[in-house]
Write a protein of this length. Sequence first.
Length: 497
Amino acid sequence: MTDTLVAFDDVLTSYDPAMGLEVHVELNTASKMFCGCPTEFGAEPNTQVCPTCLGLPGAMPVVNGKAVESAIRIGLALNCEIAEWCRFARKNYFYPDMPKNFQTSQYDEPICFDGFMDVEVEGETFRVEIERAHMEEDTGKSLHVGGATGRIHGADHSLVDYNRAGIPLIEIVTRPILGAGAKAPEVARAYVAQLRDLIVALGVSDARMDQGSIRADVNLSLSPKDSGVLGTRTETKNVNSLRSVERAVRFEMSRHAAVLGGGEKILQETRHWHEDTGVTTSGREKSDAEDYRYFPEPDLVPVAPTRAWVEELRGTLPENPTARRARLQTEWGFSDLEMRDTVGAGALNVIEQTIAAGTTPQAARKWWLGELARRANEQGVLVDALPVTPADVARVQALVDEGSLNDKLARQVFDGLFAGEGTPDEVVAARGLAIVSDEGALSTAVDNAIAANPDVAEKIRDGKVAAAGALIGAVMKEMRGQADAARVRELVLEKLS
């Protein structure tokens, strides 16, 4: 097949894209899906395993009740029907990192089905229909050592870590997303982003794409324009960032168009996404459902959630994240750009908590998206992982509001908070940061500045008030920044009027 790409705009003149997204969510349960092994991320390889998740003969699985609860809550939040009766199946396939050589999953009897999520892109709403959200277990992790790509081709040998084998997963599968046209890449990204926000709001997963706790498989096909016939699809596996979801859709659209335009056929296959180059490469020929030889899991009883329990869980659902953002934007008076930057910085929750602690929306935003976002970026962490609480930020701003600090001194208070020197008030006291309010000291400093800058003083006497900035700067320097600039200005003008 050709490696030549068709320009994105040219794709749309001849073809209609269809997408299907499969998002795997790793649940944050304390134990695995079918055994009691812990699920802590980053443990030493093969230390969180037992006969059940290792697939040893005679080991019997038991369904994790918390995982079932999480699945139902996800389904309800996605407007799904919840099955009154469902069961697990064996998906038979050669998994090198699944020792029992099949995956316990759900197939034609999922716990959640027929849902939807509305996403908005550039003022246009797209309804993404959810085919199903089903329960399954994760596989282990293979590490291919040697070679340049980290993949099995060219590696010297492979290592397998079974810690992840058996981690509870919810796989959320869409129906084909049609009619997005040129906005298809952005719709895909918006859907995964909104889904991630929903998962976090539900509290069922940390949804860290960088750690693999939420992963997206991107299915794409092209059909001749206005034909209404779905083309052959490819599936780009394990795309692990929102930006990459968008880029993968865009790349595959251009690649498909090039293959079809060259008179060749699309091979139904899985493909690997390469973050560094922004391209996909062939993985393996893609199997259809019948190739997996699904059959009901004989070692597990069916799951039959009562309607009373489902309704009880419905009452635990949080406010929809999209509706919450719209409400907060209105309450805070943020522009669309301000709200987008706030969400993009991961600062929505800490700003809400800072406002609740007593400061204004604009002041909270100023600190979290300014000084604190800069520090978070330097440390390579999210703002909510900084050693500063919303209550700390609100107290710093209160000290500014009451005139005890200015913004420059406030930044020094944050230095102390990051150094673990105590509360904002304790840092101010220990570092001697409070603004000098002694009128005598301020008056003396102003007199000194006037005496040292007679030419500037003369300009002010002649009515050139703007020249006062030079004297104010001199006073602030002498007072080590611990003077009220507004009061200094008043004193300068009083003395030279």
